[in-house]
Design a protein around this ligand. Structure first.
Ligand SMILES: [Zn+2]
Ligand SMILES: [Zn+2]
Length: 295
């Protein structure tokens, strides 16, 4: 009898732990399969010990840790807003709406990714003169181009790609498949940006840093960070002032302190500005790595 009781207890325990395991497994595989739309209110973020306050001030929907001389940003790359590129059964799915003549729906569907961007805290310049010869918009013309795939991360945890379309494609045509947030997924479901987008501006608004999350009109426009430590800003500097553009290089980049007016987050840091109506020289994410090493 005692033995039978023991047996029953073990059986009950096995079922119980089995259930627990199943639940956790489900949670990992489907981060927002709980009937709720994924938004900036409920996406998960964490900032580890020793992480520069810049990251917790400006990023959401990411996990950030300090690791040696690097800051490592990871996310599941699911955009925290509605898109017709979510699967039709997903809570974040909306029906396609054409944004003008020539716009189309690409056949790909957003899926969860393991986005990891590791940024050296004190990047070393390559010493390049970034001119029109380097910034040619063509894949594979020199070794200082950012690679294909995820080479940066936006403030909302979404991947940033370089401005180079796959061979045979034209990046200027890619915009016709963008959703409301100027993003689209690859054929492996890897959702990403190539240019300015209101996605990161909505993070700034959600954090109470700006009131107008509209591209070109944000009180502050910061989009994200590339793997070599290059920052991407918009029509403003981080303190909201207009960028002095006289020293822009061929991808609207220049070097100065990145400050919110109170704290200098990065001194003498290379960054680019995407502000398509005002600074028409370059309308996309940077093509050329100013700093050594994307690791
Ligand atoms: Zn693309
Ligand atoms: Zn600037």
């Amino acid at each position: 009898m005692k033995q039978l009781t023991m047996y029953a207890l073990v059986l009950v325990l096995a079922i119980f732990t089995g259930c627990e395991h199943e639940k956790e497994h489900d949670h990992d595989d489907h981060p927002h399969d709980d009937g709720a739309t994924l938004t900036l209110d409920n996406c998960e973020s964490s900032f580890g010990l020793g992480v520069d306050p810049f990251y917790s001030t400006y990023f959401s929907c990411v996990d950030v840790v300090a690791s040696g001389n690097n800051t490592v940003i990871t996310s599941n790359n699911l955009p925290p807003y509605e898109s017709w590129y979510y699967g039709t059964t997903d809570e974040n799915y909306i029906e396609f709406v054409s944004q003008g003549a020539g716009y189309y729906l690409n056949p790909n569907t957003i899926s969860s990714q393991d986005l990891t961007i590791s940024i050296v805290d004190n990047p070393i310049t390559k010493g390049l003169t970034i001119n029109d010869a380097l910034v040619d918009g063509i894949v594979g013309t020199n070794s200082d181009e950012y690679g294909m795939g995820a080479v940066g991360v936006a403030l909302n945890g979404v991947a940033i790609f370089n401005p180079l379309a796959a061979p045979g494609d034209d990046i200027e045509d890619e915009k016709f498949s963008f959703d409301y947030f100027s993003g689209h997924p690859t054929n492996t479901g890897y959702y990403h940006y190539h240019s300015s987008t209101k996605g990161p501006l909505e993070v700034l608004s959600h954090k109470g840093l700006i009131q107008t999350p509209t591209v070109g009109s944000g009180e502050i426009e910061l989009y994200g960070m590339m793997c070599d430590g290059t920052l991407i800003l918009g029509c403003t500097e981080l303190d909201g002032s207009a960028p002095p553009n006289s020293d822009f290089d061929a991808q609207n980049g220049h070097v100065h302190d990145i400050t919110d007016g109170t704290s200098v987050f990065f001194s003498n840091r290379y960054h680019t500005h995407i502000c398509t109506d005002t600074y028409t020289g370059h309308k996309f994410t940077p093509e050329i790595q100013y700093y050594e090493g994307c690791n």
